[in-house]
Design a protein around this ligand. Structure first.
Ligand code: AMP
Length: 142
């Protein structure tokens, strides 16, 4: 299954944040939207980072409550690894495992067109395994 097919079923909405939003504001976004990471955009709307709950926790562990008023740009990851709509689930699993992260923004023609989380990948992988097991059972029975 490709990234295009995953996006067709889960949707292309991505919650984004501005680099000058505070850690408090980003925490509110993650909590209210029930998401684990947000893509950060610069003033011209280009992807300039990704901020996950781990980045927030690390900053709060370091600076305590003072961290809440600091901009997200101080703790986000600036070198964002993305994927393309033609990549497969196995390609995404390899990138997530290698990079030790759980979120992959989808970039097509330089534009942010979706985001895939490890939950999306695991869901499709389980569905695929169940389909294959069912086909195998039918083959053996028939
Ligand atoms: P996560 O497992 O996605 O919550 O993120 C763990 C760490 O990896 C955090 O420091 C994130 O900022 C970073 N991270 C998450 N997704 C990506 C990505 N696609 N590219 C680069 N870094 C990422």
């Amino acid at each position: 299954m490709s990234v295009s097919e995953i996006l067709a079923s889960k949707g292309r909405d991505v919650f984004t944040a501005d680099a000058d939003m505070t850690i408090q504001e980003i925490s509110n976004v993650l909590a209210t939207k029930k998401i684990g990471a947000t893509v950060v955009l610069d003033k011209s709307g280009h992807v300039c980072g990704i901020a996950s709950e781990r980045d927030l926790v690390r900053e709060i562990a370091k600076s305590g409550a003072d961290a809440l008023s600091k901009p997200i740009s101080i703790c986000m990851t600036q070198k964002v690894v993305s994927c393309d709509k033609t990549e497969t689930i196995d390609d995404l699993m390899e990138k997530m495992t290698k990079g030790r992260f759980r979120h992959l923004p989808v970039i097509s023609n330089g534009k942010l067109t979706g985001i895939i989380s490890i939950g999306d990948v695991v869901k499709r992988k389980i569905e695929q395994a169940e389909r294959e097991a069912e086909e195998m059972k039918r083959y053996i029975a028939g």
